[in-house]
Write a protein that binds this ligand. Structure first.
Ligand SMILES: Cc1ncc(COP(=O)(O)O)c(C=O)c1O
Length: 418
């Protein structure tokens, strides 16, 4: 059954290798293969399914919209679905957070939003350099890839490495070294070799980079460096925005106020492709049609995205995420203590966690044993040694615990074999 993928699909395919079965259906936190096996999904489309697979509220609205011949493709024309989404985004998300921002719809996937954000920042500041951080991941088209750190993606033959300076992320030089002070020194010294950038781009929790959590103090220091040197601060919230850290935006807890924010993945709500860039109103120097893209008007995604925003009308959902996050963190700490041989470190906040295991090979074996036991988990980090927990935010406590029981048992099996 998998033969056609090996025969016809490029070697670039990836998740069909980690999870080599034919998936057919999905609901909430479950996936089902063709043979009818049920898998618990702790990966959730790499953070795209925060509201679960085939979310019932969204499905109802999407079906009704299609039944009514609602416009599906609209380039960037004004549509009822888009106006509904924009109104809700303003009322539920932006106004309560006092964000006087404009919204740019970009091409459908995350990297499209990052490209637009970088382009805008460079245009506004009339400077080409951008600062990014060690282990940062921002996508794989040329501009985004140039601010992505991992060497695996940066083939010398095609990567444009110019106009980006990398700085050490929080904790990169050990617990006691303040990397924000290090960065400040580079910027205040005009002989450091690092040009004042148009923007600093960062993730508040590095997802692909291995669930590395920046402290609130570090984020605030980076923000103040940006203010002192007239640099725009871009928060790439594509993976850990949309509620993943407990608040709608991942930067809310630290109190920083980015100038530009990128959102994608779970923003579309149903797993439908949708990306946006939010930026301060005064930064909107785009000329009409200066940055376009055929698929920047996915009206079906506007419908589900608008339903997703209903989860944020009050703080009930947020409280629920934090509550489940505590359960997850508690159980991961218990598992790490139960298996000291793993030499594991639990990292994360809200409902995004990683279990960093010193032996990368062991992490691969654990995720593959979990898959055999019908739990979907992926790895991240530069050595692929971090087991990543991105279960849908709507997962029930019961299914969360069932998945964690599978993880616990799978680790036991792997350790017994080794
Ligand atoms: C923080 C961040 N930025 C950008 C991207 C790129 O998104 P996409 O893969 O949809 O292009 C990702 C994808 O994982 C991401 O995690």
């Amino acid at each position: 059954m998998m033969e056609i993928f090996r025969h016809l699909e490029s070697e670039v395919r990836s998740y069909s290798r980690s999870f080599p079965v034919l998936f057919e259906k999905a609901k909430d936190a479950f996936l089902f293969d063709k043979a009818g096996n049920r898998y618990i999904d702790f990966f959730a489309g790499a953070g795209t399914l925060n509201y679960g697979h085939n979310n019932g509220y969204m499905k109802e609205k999407l079906i009704a919209y299609l039944q009514n011949d609602g416009l599906v493709h609209g380039l960037d024309m004004a549509t009822v679905a888009k106006s509904n989404l924009l109104n809700k985004l303003d009322d539920i998300i932006l106004k309560p957070r006092v964000m006087d921002f404009k919204v740019q719809f970009t091409g459908p996937t995350g990297t499209n939003a990052v490209e637009a954000a970088l382009k805008l920042a460079r245009m506004v500041k009339k400077r080409s350099n951008v600062i990014s951080f060690t282990n940062g991941y921002h996508g794989l088209t040329m501009g985004s890839m140039s601010v992505t750190a991992n060497a695996y993606y940066r083939d010398e033959a095609f990567i444009n490495r110019s106009d980006v300076s990398f700085m050490p992320y929080d904790g990169y030089l050990g617990k006691d070294l303040n990397t924000a002070a290090y960065m400040r020194r580079f910027l205040e010294d005009n002989s450091s070799g690092v040009d004042i950038p148009a923007a600093v781009i960062l993730e508040t929790v590095q997802g692909e980079g291995g669930i590395r959590v920046a402290s609130d103090e570090w984020l605030r220091e980076i923000e103040s460096i940006c203010r002192d040197f007239d640099i725009l601060l871009i928060v790439d919230d594509i993976q850990v925005g949309n509620g993943r850290t407990g608040h709608f935006f991942s930067f809310e807890q630290s109190g920083i106020k980015p100038d530009i924010v990128t959102l994608s993945k779970s923003f579309g709500g149903y797993g439908l492709p949708l990306s946006i860039v939010l930026f301060r109103r005064d930064l909107d120097i785009w000329k009409p049609g200066q940055h376009t893209g055929t698929f920047r008007g996915n009206n079906l995604a506007f419908v589900s995205a608008a339903v997703a925003l209903d989860y944020w009308k009050d703080d009930c959902f947020s409280k629920e995420i934090f509550r489940k996050g505590e359960i997850l963190a508690g159980r991961l700490n218990a598992i790490s203590a139960k298996y000291p041989q793993l030499n594991a470190e639990v990292r994360g906040r809200g409902f995004v966690y990683g279990l960093a295991i010193s032996a990368a090979e062991m992490a691969r074996e654990i995720s593959s044993a979990c898959f055999d036991n019908k739990l979907i988990l992926e790895l991240c980090g530069s050595r692929n040694n971090v087991i990543k927990f991105l279960a849908p935010l709507i997962i029930s406590e019961e299914v969360l615990n069932e998945g964690l029981d599978i993880l616990d048992a799978s680790i036991g099996q792997v350790l017994q074999k080794n």
